[in-house]
Unconditional design. Structure first.
Length: 279
């Protein structure tokens, strides 16, 4: 096919092959390559092709209680409270510029959000927790977040490609629903960038634009929450004088065997099923 014919075919679909494409930001990009999608405003974005693989992922949100012994939760909480916390933390520079509350507290424990580098957890107490809650993925990063009264986050996503997951373990003892600090999960259609990667959900660029909360969990002590990193989520404001401590693990199933046997499924918070699970 000649270059002229290529241009005619491309024009029929409204795409100029000489157009410089804006790149949708992609966290820990996979090796699937890129595909082009057209946004409602007529522009084109290049997204990771892995987002077109698999089923509807916007409900890949699961929670489990009772995995970690209550006495251990108190031990882990006390260890965390004696660490050196950083103040004024935000999930992104954009959130910082738009913030209505002071930044929360944060401790980086290992790994990276920008590089896929295998590493070992250096903290023995964190490794104890990870060995109990790992749903079968390679770890990319782990850290602690802490929220005081009145502090909340902004709605954001943790990844722009498939096969990325986040696991949160809540460590504050005796937390009650009235203490606030719940995590909310939203439909992946809050902006065009999110809708571009939501091509195989009901909320892609040609899907529903109705925005809604999909699920919400309050941070019960020891509760383990697992979700697809592409799902928009937010930690809501703490309403009392308690300090909400969450241990966060980010990982990927890229390069993992589909069915990797577990040594002791009785301690598996998600009962030995696949990460995606069932709604």
């Amino acid at each position: 096919m000649t270059d002229n014919k290529k241009s005619n075919v491309a024009s029929a679909f409204g795409y100029d092959p000489n157009q410089k494409l804006p790149k949708t930001p992609k966290l820990n990009q996979s090796e699937s390559g890129d595909v082009m999608v057209k946004t409602p405003d007529g522009k084109f974005s290049a997204i990771d092709a892995g987002n077109m693989i698999g089923k509807d992922w916007h409900r890949t949100i699961r929670a489990s209680d009772g995995t970690i012994d209550e006495r251990d939760i108190k031990k882990y909480y006390n260890i965390a409270m004696n660490l050196d916390w950083q103040d004024g933390w935000y999930s992104s520079e954009e959130m910082k510029s738009q913030a209505k509350t002071s930044g929360y507290k944060h401790i980086h424990l290992g790994g990276s959000d920008t590089e896929r580098v295998e590493y070992e957890i250096e903290q023995d107490w964190v490794k104890e927790i990870w060995d109990q809650v790992n749903p079968g993925m390679k770890l990319l990063r782990h850290y602690l977040n802490g929220h005081d009264k009145g502090q909340s986050g902004g709605i954001h996503i943790d990844g722009w490609t498939n096969n990325q997951y986040t696991v949160i373990v809540y460590l504050t003892p005796d937390w009650q629903p009235e203490d606030g600090g719940s995590i909310e999960f939203w439909t992946p259609n809050l902006n065009d960038e999110m809708r571009a990667i939501a091509v195989n959900t009901p909320y892609g660029l040609t899907g529903s634009d109705a925005k809604n909360i999909v699920k919400s969990y309050w941070p019960r002590a020891g509760r383990v929450v697992l979700f697809d990193g592409r799902i928009p989520h937010v930690a809501r404001s703490v309403e009392t004088d308690k300090f909400r401590v969450s241990l966060v693990f980010k990982g990927t199933t890229d390069g993992m065997k589909k069915e990797e046997p577990k040594k002791d499924t009785s301690k598996d918070p998600f009962k030995g099923t696949s990460i995606e699970g069932k709604d």
